[in-house]
Design a protein around this ligand. Sequence first.
Ligand code: NAD
Length: 261
Amino acid sequence: MILDLFRLDGKVAMVTGPGTGLGQAIAIGLAEAGADIVGVYRESFQETQQAVEVLGRRFLPIQADLSQTTPGDLQGLVDRAVTEMGHLDILVNNAGIIRRTPALEFSEADWDEVMQVNLKSAFFLAQAAARHFVSRTDIPEGRSRGKIINIASMLSFQGGILVASYTASKSGLAGITRLLANEWAPHGINVNAIAPGYMATRNTEPLRRDPQRNPAILARIPAGRWGEPEDLKGAAVFLASEASNYMHGAIVPVDGGWLAR
Ligand code: NAD
């Protein structure tokens, strides 16, 4: 039955940046659908762990600073998740940072750190997860071997302003989502992305505090409000589940209609 395909019982999902904002809501949403969670965190995870465990699901915290990790370190994260949880079925590349400076003054440090966290780490973590997915021999015919969900952005489609490295990283993440879908669909791995619109999290605090930008953004959102982290749960569960097995390389906007405008 169709609703059964959305269930994630018995699945293990790795979520980067699970302690706050969108990553927290996604981790809890996947757990509500039945998944156990591996949270790759830099500073906080306890609140999410508690919420996941209250649902009767397991939560494994693994600390990593994704601005410093090598591809070998990222492979180590996946190996540890597989050793401790038994297997891994879903990866959500959510951790991300943003730096706001005019392009004329943009520094190399603000370029490199954003590209490292938002794009390079996401790619090599996907590579590590996919190596595990292709090695699995316990997946019945017709079932997905693994799900990768990248958290993209409106700036995967648009230019933005003041956020050169962020736009580059999120446009790159959309491209990599399509490339990996092309390469890995034949292995039965689904690679897709969610492009959140303007969501009320720490990432957008400066915009929401800005007396000019806040009303300008709100006026352009057909839904008439900032998105809440919980607004992503449905798309995340769908893309993590067997219900989306024929979806490959999609960048799914969850944006209150922003892109339709
Ligand atoms: P947030 O700042 O609350 O969350 C970012 C998460 O990334 C945090 O949990 C943080 O610990 C983690 N992180 C940052 N640097 C890290 C590092 N070096 N190592 C490990 N973890 C690190 O903001 P958010 O809005 O929840 O952002 C989550 C994702 O959603 C990001 O990729 C962001 O670009 C994306 N996004 C957000 C919006 C929005 O409107 N808030 C819109 C589109 C996309």
